[in-house]
Design a binder for this molecule. Structure first.
Ligand code: GLP
Length: 248
């Protein structure tokens, strides 16, 4: 596990964007695993800037998003599909046929999950996976007590997650209670993982992820076993881990 503590959200976003861009420059047909939520917004802004400046070309790259809410359509502004379009895809030259996001409106969810796993496999697996982290230590929508061997699956969202995500909705009653999420196995199979965290509300989850025991109660703790993972955070998110593991 490589721990990087940076001064600000802006610095974290720039460094994360550089990691994604370097991956695509070195391997133009890279398979990129993407996350939603507030955390990666700055990284997406930076990637759009880099594309606009001609630094990176996404025309051959493919993307797989971690998750999508169930029961809301692609054109609903609360959907992760809509989020990705507005924050990244509408502003770069990604091939629309190479964008993959679970279909939250699928009639047969089990089939949707199996097909999503197959698509990841036939694309050749994920080269770089971007992750955020929930306050409860979730990654994607892999909530506490997840089975580490899970692949893409239907999730019942934790109450803590519903409360945390209600900030994006008009009322808590509108927050979907189910989602489709890549599983821990999909995430752990990525060649490289970059987990981003900022803000003091993530400090406890980060502490448990890095220094706690590996347990399904803290889904992100499994990352301790991945061979190439960078946990990058601002000083607030790092505030519980102590000085010993500060990189710079
Ligand atoms: C959401 C997403 C995760 C995200 C996490 C943290 O529920 N499913 O992929 O990493 O919660 O979100 P935020 O970055 O808004 O704190």
């Amino acid at each position: 596990m490589r721990i990087m503590v940076v001064k600000s959200y802006h610095e974290m976003s720039k460094k994360a964007a550089n990691m994604v861009a370097s991956q695509v420059v070195l391997k133009p047909d890279s398979i990129i695993g993407l996350a939603t939520g507030e955390t990666p917004l700055g990284m997406y802004d930076e990637l759009v800037k880099m594309y606009t400046a001609g630094i990176v070309d996404f025309s051959e790259a493919s993307t797989f998003n971690l998750d999508e809410y169930c029961g809301i359509s692609k054109d609903n502004p609360q959907s992760y599909f809509y989020y990705m379009a507005k924050k990244l895809f509408d502003h770069i030259n990604i091939n629309r046929n190479k964008i993959n996001i679970p279909n939250g409106m699928a009639k047969d969810v089990e089939k949707e999950c199996i097909e999503y796993d197959e698509k990841i496999k036939s694309a050749g697996g994920i080269d770089i996976q971007i992750l955020g982290i929930g306050r409860n230590g979730h990654i994607g929508f892999n909530e506490p007590d997840i089975k580490f061997e899970s692949r893409t699956h239907l999730v019942n969202l934790d109450e803590d997650t519903i409360i945390a995500n209600s900030r994006f909705f008009d009322s808590i009653d509108e927050v979907p209670t189910k989602a489709i999420s890549m599983g821990i196995k999909n995430i752990m199979h990525a060649e490289k993982i970059v987990l981003l965290a900022n803000g003091v509300e993530k400090a406890n989850a980060i502490y448990k992820t890095i220094k706690g025991k590996i347990t399904p109660e803290v889904p992100a703790s499994i990352l301790q076993l991945h061979r190439d993972v960078v946990i990058m955070m601002d000083e607030d998110a790092a505030s519980m881990i102590g000085d010993s593991i500060y990189e710079d």
